[in-house]
Design a protein around this ligand. Structure first.
Ligand SMILES: Cc1cc2nc3c(=O)[nH]c(=O)nc-3n(C[C@H](O)[C@H](O)[C@H](O)COP(=O)(O)O)c2cc1C
Length: 189
């Protein structure tokens, strides 16, 4: 099985989502050492914005081919300005492709990429869970659930680290909890 690991945080060594996504991959590969891992740092090697040339290329993109070939995808993302990093959006723009990962049918849109297991390590400065004042402006987890669902991935697993900007103690506990959660994940069958 192939595992595609992506990071998109701009914060390098100080990134929480990078630490958590690495822990998820570490746990999955420990449980199944035969997993073939490929890694992309979307912040260090940023994809350009989508253009008509890229969209119209009948051969698709290397990102789409790699996504289609992957069985497991692990995404690290921080919440930036209430949504995902634009580097990750540029990658998604190459993966949501009509006829490849979704199609429109008489019954409406249909996802074609079901069957992949997706894990998202998402880190947020504040609190955006149900009932929190920030919930209405949460456009990172909700957006990722929407786009993944649109292409047929309806059961992504989110490992959240929240309150990272509140202070060092809250950050430390949120990171430790997320790392523990990552370490307890089971390998997809
Ligand atoms: C450019 C930037 C924008 C941010 N915007 C938000 C925001 O809108 N809401 C929030 O709760 N935290 C925000 N934060 C805090 C990050 O969500 C938090 O630091 C998180 O840990 C980022 O993930 P990372 O550490 O993997 O980069 C922002 C941080 C940066 C650097």
């Amino acid at each position: 099985m192939k595992l595609l690991h992506l990071d998109s945080s701009i914060l390098g060594e100080n990134s929480v989502s990078r630490a958590v996504s690495a822990a998820i991959v570490g746990n999955l590969t420990k449980a199944d050492p035969s997993l073939e891992v490929s890694y992309h740092d979307l912040a260090a090697e940023a994809l350009p914005h989508l253009t008509l040339d890229v969209l119209g290329n009948p051969d698709g993109t290397p990102e789409l081919a790699e996504f289609l070939a992957a069985d497991v995808i692990v995404i690290g993302a921080g919440m930036y300005n209430f949504t995902i990093p634009s580097q990750l959006k540029a990658w998604l723009d190459r993966v949501l492709v009509a006829g490849k990962t979704f199609q429109y049918t008489a019954e409406g849109p249909k996802g074609l990429a079901g069957g992949k297991k997706v894990y998202v390590a998402l880190s947020r400065g504040g609190y955006y869970g149900e009932g929190q004042p920030g919930a209405a402006v949460e456009h990172a987890e909700s957006y990722l659930r929407a786009v993944l669902g649109f292409i047929g991935i309806t059961d992504p697993v989110f490992v959240l680290a929240e309150g990272i900007a509140i202070g060092p103690e809250v950050r430390e506990k949120a990171l430790a909890d997320a790392l523990a959660e990552a370490g307890a994940l089971t390998v997809p069958a």
